[in-house]
Design a protein around this ligand. Structure first.
Ligand code: FES
Ligand code: FE2
Length: 334
């Protein structure tokens, strides 16, 4: 796995979600991106991100504090400005500061967007994925707590894309277990990923998913529109006849080769007065059905080389397209 992890370097020039904006207060926050410890902190209206390592004696800056707007190392109190330059060494007289030029933190691009803090370890190749329904009038959106899966980000993503497992892993929720056949669907490649759509046969049980009638809802002709943003953001927008439109937008942080942390925006334009919790519970219930499968796939990282696993032309069309796009990014395992 350590060998495979080296492959993740191809993911450095992309924006990765690292925390909900609400989780980032005044103090520095330590996160891990592609196996690399990163410290993020607020600097006025800006968000800053640095390698979580003080060049003086290798301390973790995320154990420190922000003092007078400066990221301050917990060990000897060196302070660093927004560019990562050391601006104060407390053991030296204030009027006689001799600051070695190499006392500079490795800075990364950082920004806040959609209520999430994003970091790119190298000049990003694509913008932060769009999340249009978050800003659409008539829609209510909220972000359930983030969750962690012990598998690679690409294994998680492919599980999200895969619809031939619905009848087996999510019977009675996402598919009818008696109807496992998946009709052909078309995958459209976009400059930022891909899209596809298909009719869903869902059964919404109000015990699991709120319905406006309070009764069980058979969705013979619900419609799901998927949009994937490379490398690890996916949105599914579903039109449920008689109810409305709801969407689950999920962005995955590749913490390391076998750990992904998921951030969500869940939107709907109906049942606006209802509490959000039942909708969040439904998302987590579905995720918990997938989790034991995904966390036990082997290898943990998804083989991008198409000869390593066996593919079905119709059912796996989107997985195949996704693996090709990962290969174009330069990955062999993801
Ligand atoms: S290790 Fe950071 S100031 Fe000494
Ligand atoms: Fe699933």
């Amino acid at each position: 796995l350590a060998e495979l992890a080296a492959d993740l370097a191809a993911l450095r020039p992309f924006w990765h979600p690292v925390a909900y904006a609400a989780e980032l207060g005044e103090e520095p926050l330590g996160v891990t991106v592609l196996g690399e410890p990163v410290v993020v902190h607020r600097d006025g209206d800006d968000v800053r991100a640095f390698r979580d390592l003080c060049p003086h004696r290798g301390s973790k800056l995320s154990l420190g504090r922000v003092i007078e707007g400066r990221l301050t190392c917990p060990y000897h109190g060196f302070r660093y400005d927004g560019s990562g330059r050391c601006v104060l060494i407390p053991s030296q007289p204030p009027d006689h500061q001799v600051i070695p030029s190499r006392l500079r933190l490795q800075a990364y691009a950082a920004q806040e967007c959609h209520g999430i803090v994003w970091v790119a370890l190298e000049e990003p190749r694509l913008p932060v994925p769009a999340c249009p329904l978050l800003y659409e009038t008539g829609f209510h959106s909220f972000s359930p707590a983030s969750i962690t899966w012990r598998t690679s980000a690409a294994r998680w993503m492919e599980n999200f894309l895969d619809m031939t497992h619905f009848a087996h892993v999510h019977p009675g929720i996402l598919a009818d277990p008696e109807e496992p056949v998946v009709a052909p669907y078309e995958v459209h490649l976009t400059p930022t990923g891909l899209t596809y759509e298909f009719a869903l046969r869902q059964q919404l049980d109000p015990a699991r998913w709120p319905t406006s009638t309070g009764g069980v809802l058979e969705m013979e002709d619900a419609y799901a529109f998927y949009e994937l943003f490379l490398p690890f953001t996916i949105s599914i927008v579903t039109d449920t006849p008689g109810e409305g439109r709801w969407a689950i937008w999920t962005a995955g942080l590749p913490v390391g080769p076998a750990e992904v942390r998921l951030f969500f925006v869940v939107s709907r334009d109906y049942l606006l007065e209802e509490a959000d919790e039942p909708f969040a519970d439904a998302v987590f219930a579905i995720a918990d059905q997938d989790r034991p499968i995904a966390e036990n796939q082997h290898p943990e990282m998804l083989p991008v080389d198409l000869t390593e696993e066996v593919h079905l032309r119709v059912g796996d069309a989107v997985g195949l397209a996704y693996r090709r796009q990962l290969r174009e990014i330069g990955l062999t395992y993801a």
